[in-house]
Design a protein around this ligand. Sequence first.
Ligand SMILES: [Zn+2]
Length: 134
Amino acid sequence: MRTRNDEVVCMFQDKVSQLLLRHRSILDTLSQHAESAVRVNKSITRTVTSCGCISVNARKQHVPPEVSLKDCRKYLHSHIEGSLCEACKEMVEEEMGNNLFYLAAICHLLDIKLDAIIKREYNRLEALGFFHLS
Ligand SMILES: [Zn+2]
């Protein structure tokens, strides 16, 4: 069964493959993908250190031993306080989009369908539930 989201991912990968001129080499593309992942993290860091719309308040996570795996989430904290302002959200989304571009490019160069990966991972998460956590 095909859903609209499947089509969007296929269309995205097709568009990336059409635009993939500068980064035709798998080596260049791997490098660009890694650099784009760093830029995603840097953009999130900037939301804390430059803008300040979110802050990080981290401490050791404590989950009582008798708590079930399903109820663990009640005790686990993201360590994020606040929420992204519109400008930061746009910046982070742009870097994530760039990261997806290079992931789709790698998929194209290796003849792998990105939508098939997403579908397989979704099915795996559905089947494993909370047990996918390592
Ligand atoms: Zn902000």
